[in-house]
Design a protein around this ligand. Structure first.
Ligand SMILES: Cc1ncc(COP(=O)(O)O)c(C=O)c1O
Ligand SMILES: N[C@@H](CCOP(=O)(O)O)C(=O)O
Length: 469
C-alpha cells in the first residue's frame, strides 16, 4: 500500500515510511492512495474473531509488505493483551436503540490506547531495522499524552516530548503523564497556550530544517496515519456484533481533532454499512459549524468540562476534505494555505455535499453535557465521562431511524473527570485499581513558555541525534 500526502507534493511512502514520517514534508497528512474494500462475504467472515485477530485482518491491507501477516498478528496480540477487558472494546446496551462502545479499558483509560499501544510496538519494530533514533514531538489536550507516554516509556531509540496546555487538562490526565519518570519521557506544560497552539508547534517543527537536519521528528498524534488505521478496527468489531454486514449501524463520536470519526469514515469506505456518523462537539464547535453551514473558521478556545475536545483547529478534517474534494492535493494545499493565513475558510460545494451524505453534527453546551451524564446514570446505571456525554446527547437527538442501532463511542473512563461526573450525578467515580495510587506518585514536568523557539530549544538540548554512531 502506498501513502500520498493530502497536499500533493511530498513523496509517496510505504506503510513503514508513513508511520515513521508522521507529517508529510509538504505539511500535509498521509492517506492511503486508495481505500481497500472488503466484500459483504469477507466482512461476514470476520464475525466472532477475537479482537486481535480482527485487528490484523482489518489492518493488513493498509500495512501491505511492511509486516508479514504473522508478525502483524503478533503485534496485535501484544498490544491488546494489555487491555483489562477480554473484548477490548466491549458494547453496553443503554436502551432499545442506544449502545455505548467502551473504549477505555486500556492502560491509560481512554480510546487513545487502542491505537497507541500498537503504534509503540510498530515504532520499535521499524526502528529495529535501522540505526535510526526517533524524536517524537506530541501535543495533547489530555489523553493522547498519557497513552503515548505509556506506549513508548523506556523503549530504546525513542524520545518523547509531550506538550500540554498548562492548567487545561484534568488532574488525573496530568498525573498520568507527569508521573512516568522514564528517562526518554519529557513532559512540557506550555504557559499561556491552548491545545491548538501546542499542535501548531508540532507541525512547525516538522518543517524546521534546523531541527529536521539533526533529529528524526516523529508523531504520535493522529496526524500519524497508523493512529487512525488502528481505530478503524473497533467500528468493525461493533458493527459486526450488531448485525453487519446485513444491518446498518450509526455511530455518535465525541470529536475534537476529527481522528476518531475519520476512522469511522474509513470503515465505511472499506465496505462497513455505516448509516450515519454523528460528529459531536462541545462549545468549541468549529466542526459543527463546518458541517452545518460550510464555515470552517477558528474561534478562540473556551475551556469546558470535556477538555480533551477543547480544540478549534481540527487536524484530520484535512483528510476528509482531500477525499471529498476529488483528492486534488494542489487545490487542497491552496485551500489550507488560505485557512492558515486567515484562520477561516469556506468548504466547497463538493466538500459540503459529500460530507452531508454521511455526516451530521451536534454541539453540546455545559448543561446538555451534564444532562446526558445524569440520564445515563439515572436510566441505565452507567457513569459516563463528559466527552462521551456530548456524543450521547447528540445520539439521542439526531433523529436516526429507530430500526438502526446508534452506538455512542465512550472515549474516556469517567474517573478521569471525577468532578464533572460527581456534579451531574452525585456519584464520584473511582480510579481502577491499576492506577489507584496515581495521586501518591512523584511528578516530573517542565514549564515552558508557549512559544515555538522555547520548545525547539528544549527539545534540541535533550533529544538523541537522528542516527547512532
Ligand atoms: C476523551 C476524548 N474524547 C474525544 C476526543 C476527540 O477525539 P478526536 O480528536 O479523535 O476527534 C478526545 C481527544 O482527541 C478525547 O481525549
Ligand atoms: N484530544 C486529544 C488531542 C490530540 O488529538 P490526537 O488524536 O490528534 O492525538 C488529546 O487528548 O490529547
Amino acid at each position: 500500500m502506498e501513502y500520498v500526502s493530502t497536499r500533493g507534493s511530498a513523496p509517496a511512502l510505504d506503510f513503514e515510511g508513513a508511520t515513521l514520517a508522521g507529517l508529510a514534508s509538504d505539511g500535509g497528512l498521509y492517506v492511503p492512495r486508495e481505500w481497500p474494500r472488503f466484500s459483504a462475504a469477507e466482512i461476514a467472515a470476520m464475525r466472532g474473531l477475537p479482537y486481535a485477530q480482527l485487528a490484523a485482518r482489518v489492518m493488513q491491507p493498509f500495512v501491505g509488505d511492511s509486516l508479514s501477516a504473522e508478525r502483524l498478528q503478533e503485534l496485535c496480540e501484544a498490544a491488546y493483551g494489555r487491555f483489562s477487558h477480554q473484548a477490548v472494546t466491549p458494547l453496553v446496551q443503554l436502551d432499545a436503540q442506544h449502545w455505548l462502545m467502551e473504549l477505555f479499558h486500556g492502560p491509560t483509560l481512554a480510546f487513545k490506547d487502542v491505537a497507541l499501544q500498537l503504534l509503540g510496538l510498530l515504532f520499535e519494530e521499524f526502528l529495529g531495522r535501522s540505526d535510526r533514533n526517533l524524536t517524537i514531538v506530541g501535543a495533547t489536550s489530555g489523553d493522547t499524552g498519557s497513552a503515548a507516554i505509556d506506549a513508548v516509556a523506556g523503549r530504546a531509540k525513542v524520545d518523547v516530548f509531550m506538550m500540554h496546555p498548562k492548567g487545561r487538562v484534568s488532574d488525573v490526565q496530568r498525573r498520568q503523564m507527569t508521573t512516568v519518570l522514564a528517562p526518554n519521557v519529557h513532559n512540557l506544560a506550555l504557559e499561556d497556550a491552548s491545545f491548538d497552539d501546542c499542535q501548531a508547534i508540532v507541525k512547525r517543527m516538522f518543517n524546521d530544517r534546523a531541527m529536521t537536519d539533526r533529529f528524526a521528528i516523529g508523531a504520535v498524534n493522529s496526524i500519524n496515519w497508523a493512529r487512525l488505521m488502528a481505530q478503524v478496527v473497533y467500528y468493525f468489531a461493533t458493527a459486526l456484533q450488531l448485525g453487519a454486514p446485513e444491518r446498518e449501524v450509526a455511530f455518535s463520536v465525541p470529536t475534537g481533532n476529527f481522528g476518531d470519526v475519520f476512522a469511522g469514515y474509513v470503515a465505511q469506505q472499506m465496505g462497513l454499512p455505516v448509516a450515519k456518523l454523528i460528529v459531536a462537539t462541545n462549545v468549541n464547535d468549529i466542526l459543527h459549524r463546518a458541517l452545518a453551514n460550510g464555515d470552517y473558521s477558528q474561534g478562540s478556545v473556551t475551556p469546558t468540562a470535556a477538555p480533551s475536545m477543547d480544540i478549534q483547529v481540527s487536524s484530520n478534517f484535512e483528510r476528509l476534505l482531500f477525499d471529498l474534494g476529488g483528492r486534488d492535493g494542489a487545490a487542497l494545499a491552496t485551500q489550507m494555505a488560505g485557512f492558515e493565513a486567515n484562520k477561516a475558510m469556506q468548504l466547497t460545494n463538493a466538500q459540503r455535499e459529500g460530507a452531508a451524505a454521511l455526516f451530521t453534527s451536534c454541539r453540546a453546551d455545559a448543561d446538555e453535557m451534564a444532562k446526558a451524564i445524569r440520564w445515563a446514570w439515572e436510566n441505565c446505571g452507567e457513569l459516563i465521562d463528559p466527552h462521551t456525554a456530548c456524543a450521547l446527547h447528540a445520539a439521542r437527538i439526531a433523529g436516526i431511524d429507530p430500526s438502526i442501532p446508534v452506538v455512542t463511542l465512550a472515549t474516556a473512563h469517567p474517573a478521569k473527570f471525577p468532578e464533572a461526573v460527581e456534579r451531574a450525578t452525585g456519584r464520584r467515580p473511582g480510579l481502577p485499581a491499576r492506577v489507584g495510587d496515581l495521586f501518591e506518585r512523584e511528578e516530573r514536568c517542565a514549564t515552558v513558555p508557549g512559544a515555538y523557539e522555547a520548545v525547539a530549544q528544549y527539545v534540541a538540548e535533550r533529544a538523541s541525534p537522528k542516527a547512532d554512531g
